[in-house]
Design a protein around this ligand. Structure first.
Ligand code: MN
Length: 285
């Protein structure tokens, strides 16, 4: 069984724009122990009253990494400078590769805003290796029905494989480096045991319920980061629970980040700011 390195608890909520009440469970400012992951914001569940206003975050750039939006409840609308435009609903995932640079906006969909309802989502930032930071931006629109489901024995629950592989079921997301993203849903009393790749950074986020994680109690909204030595992860649900499991091979490259840009040096950050201001990351039309 893997050793626990750190448990992140009691993270305060703050607003991103006027649409996303998030807890930032980690970010690139706090060190490289989450490498290749840079940031994770968990929003919700939060109840929005019906509203004619457009709630969310207006036009802004990104360079050097990928933003992965996993939606559990609600509906979001997205538009970016590569011409991609789409609406995602519960269970869907938007995997946006900013790479050399993109400009986008993130809003609640018009319909969801008008109807009101519950929003629950994760936004994860995945770093790119230096070479890939220069590649053109792209966008993967992944729908709930594309994710394989793996049943957990003894009516324990199920795993939705978003990226990587679990028991020979492969997630549809294309990634630049080896990454696993598993959405684990456990019934009360259910347990999930799994090996994870030895050299990977491994962490779990309890989104809902009460779970014992490698024999340590954890509840919503808490994050458990493991040591990188060999071993399994073991989740035991006391109540019905939802847990996001992330593993990734560390890049071991220097990380310089500022706001929406994450590069390998201070000079590259200055270049990113200059390129954005010169309109080189495109515009929304
Ligand atoms: Mn963004």
């Amino acid at each position: 069984m893997k050793k626990i390195k750190q448990i992140v608890r009691d993270v305060p909520q703050h607003w991103v724009g006027d649409g996303f009440p998030v807890r930032s469970l980690f970010s690139y400012g706090t060190g490289n122990e989450f490498d290749p992951f840079l940031l994770l914001d968990y929003a919700g569940p939060h109840e929005f009253a019906p509203d004619e206003a457009k709630r969310g975050v207006g036009e802004h750039p990104h360079r050097g990494f990928e933003t992965v939006t996993i939606l559990y409840q609600g509906e979001l609308e997205h538009r970016d400078s590569s011409g991609s435009h789409g609406t995602i609903g519960p269970g869907d995932v938007q995997w946006m590769t900013a790479a050399s640079g993109i400009v986008h906006e993130e809003f609640h969909s018009r319909q969801f805003a008008r109807d009101g309802g519950t929003l629950e989502m994760v936004q994860l930032w995945v770093n790119l290796p230096a070479e890939a930071k220069k590649s053109p931006p792209k966008y993967q629109d992944l729908r709930d029905e594309q994710f394989p489901r793996v049943n957990i024995p003894d009516n324990g629950g199920m795993v939705r494989v978003i990226a990587g592989e679990h028991l020979n079921s492969h997630g549809p997301a294309n990634t630049f480096t080896p990454i696993n993203v598993w959405d684990v849903q456990l019934n009360a009393g259910g347990s999930f045991d799994s090996d994870v790749p030895e050299s990977h950074t491994t962490l779990v986020i309890v989104q809902d319920g009460q779970v014992s994680v490698n024999e340590e109690p954890a509840k919503a909204v808490e994050l458990v980061l493991f040591e990188r030595q060999d071993g399994a992860i073991q989740l035991q649900a006391e109540t019905a629970s939802r847990i996001l499991v992330l593993t990734g091979e560390p890049l071991n490259e220097p990380v310089y980040g500022q706001g929406p840009f994450v590069m390998n040096s201070r000079e590259e950050i200055q270049q990113a700011i200059a390129d954005y201001q010169a309109g080189k990351m495109g515009t929304l039309t």
